[in-house]
Design a protein. Structure first.
Length: 117
């Protein structure tokens, strides 16, 4: 009889007013906006449509108590956007909670070995 390995996994998602607010896709996009300074460049680098990226960020701002994405109108140097201090705090909080979950799952997966045949 071959030995089978069991393990658990999880993905962190924050909800606000019963609506999905923040998950790995939102964090990845927000971090790319920080690097690129625009939704267009971030969406291009993440290989997603501008419309999809804009929809994700618009929903974040709509559900948030304070702005997360601050858009800057175009001008001589073009437009762009940045992530607000509140948004940066959300990124840090999300990433810390992911680390907490990974540690919990590592411990729990070790315990699983004695539970299953």
């Amino acid at each position: 009889m071959s030995e089978q390995s069991f393990n658990m996994s999880a993905e962190l998602t924050f909800y606000r007013e019963n609506e999905m607010f923040l998950g790995s896709a939102q964090i990845r996009l927000m971090k790319q906006v920080v690097l690129d300074g625009s939704i267009h460049a971030a969406s291009k680098n993440l290989k997603m449509s501008y419309q999809h990226a804009w929809h994700i960020l618009d929903k974040l701002n709509r559900l948030s108590p304070v702005p997360i994405v601050i858009r800057q109108k175009g001008g001589r140097d073009g437009g762009g956007c940045r992530i607000s201090p509140y948004g940066m705090n959300l990124i840090r909080t999300y990433e810390k909670k992911v680390i907490d979950i990974i540690q919990f799952l590592d411990e729990s997966n070790s315990e699983l070995k004695s539970c299953f045949f």
